[in-house]
Design a protein around this ligand. Structure first.
Ligand code: SF4
Length: 341
């Protein structure tokens, strides 16, 4: 039950913001996984792209990626999450992932999925240690999907075929649907099409857009507010429950979802415990530390029963829009806590 919001934003004073403090260093254990970026190069042109667009981060040659793979192995990692840009188009993709496999490491991938539509691609990836894939797919309506990917409708169809191939190869697939003004009215249809196209094995993640990358000013996400989408998101959650589709959310505060138990499915929740420094490739940081540094909470959050699991909002969102949309959940009474076990 949300409490009244104690933070008045009727004055011109900016809201007081808070953040969680998470240590920068996190020991590497047998279950740790590092985000391993192959460079920002990509053959899709998503106008909302969250990559930096910095020239020096665009491409790493294969020798440098192999050096980074060896560094991760030497740190003790047994798993990596491969990402880009689009890692599958890197000319050294197979060389590097097969080196990870030779080190005895498993890997997951963030991808637009189209490369996996090629015959044998998904099976070879599985043979090289691929276990899970988060595949970007923002609409099942070809014109809308093509507009959000910034490519042709054929490329959209390639992504859909790539998901089919990944599932057939036994990969655990989660669709990554970033919300924008172009697709927010299609979310129910999206859930229905996901189960129709891929069956109930596929999972869906709905993501509130990040505006910190090079695509942050795209008109279809710029100034998008939680209040603009919360009704659609909750309806999509109900539709997923009705159809038996497993659904997660990323970058949605618990009070926007009106569910204090929701766990934000950000990078750390996916299991990415560490981030390999993109620029230098010779240092890892705690992913939870990075996520905490980029997030913000309002005064009302300090009394909120959902605070522990809640991602809050991005610091950029809070400074641009304030935090008046956030409403604390009432703390449980001790008796309730006992009853809940
Ligand atoms: S911690 Fe803040 S953002 Fe999260 S549910 Fe509570 S009031 Fe909302």
């Amino acid at each position: 039950m949300p409490l009244p919001n104690p933070a008045s934003e009727s004055s011109s004073q900016p809201p007081r913001l808070h953040k969680k403090k998470i240590a920068e260093h996190l020991p590497v254990t047998a279950t740790s996984s590092a985000l391993f970026r192959f460079g920002e190069q990509c053959n899709y042109r998503c106008p909302m792209c969250s990559n930096t667009g910095e020239r020096e981060l665009f491409f790493r040659d294969t020798d440098e990626l192999l050096r980074r793979a060896a560094f991760l192995r030497d740190c003790g990692f047994r798993r990596a999450v491969v990402t880009g840009g689009e890692a599958t188009i890197h000319p050294g993709f197979w060389t590097v992932v097969e080196q990870l496999a030779a080190y005895g490491m498993k890997w997951d991938i963030n991808t637009h999925g189209r490369s996996f539509a090629a015959p044998g691609f998904a099976a070879r990836a599985v043979d090289s240690g691929l276990e899970r894939a988060i595949v970007s797919l923002h609409s099942f309506d070809p014109p809308t999907s093509a507009a959000i990917f910034g490519v042709s409708e054929d490329s959209h169809r390639g992504t859909v075929q790539g998901v089919v191939a990944l599932l057939e190869a036994g990969v655990d697939v989660m669709l990554n649907c970033v919300i924008s003004r172009l697709n927010v009215d299609q979310l129910d249809a999206y859930i229905e099409a996901a189960v129709e196209s891929f069956g109930e094995r596929v999972r869906v993640k709905l993501v509130f857009p990040s505006t910190i990358g090079k695509g942050g000013q795209w008109s279809e996400i710029a100034n998008l507010r939680y209040d603009d989408v919360r009704g659609r998101i909750r309806t999509a959650r109900d539709t997923a429950a009705r159809l038996g589709v497993r659904i997660s959310f990323e970058s949605f505060p618990s009070c926007v979802l009106d569910d204090a138990s929701t766990v934000n499915y950000g990078r750390s929740t996916f299991g990415e415990s560490h981030y390999l420094d993109d620029a230098t490739g010779d240092r890892v940081y705690s992913m939870r530390h990075i996520e905490a540094e980029l997030s913000a909470y309002g005064e009302q959050c300090l009394q909120c029963a959902a605070l522990r699991n809640c991602p809050g909002v991005s610091h950029r969102y809070a400074t641009a829009n304030g935090v008046a949309e956030l409403h604390a959940f009432a703390a449980r009474e001790p008796a309730d806590a006992v009853a809940a076990g």
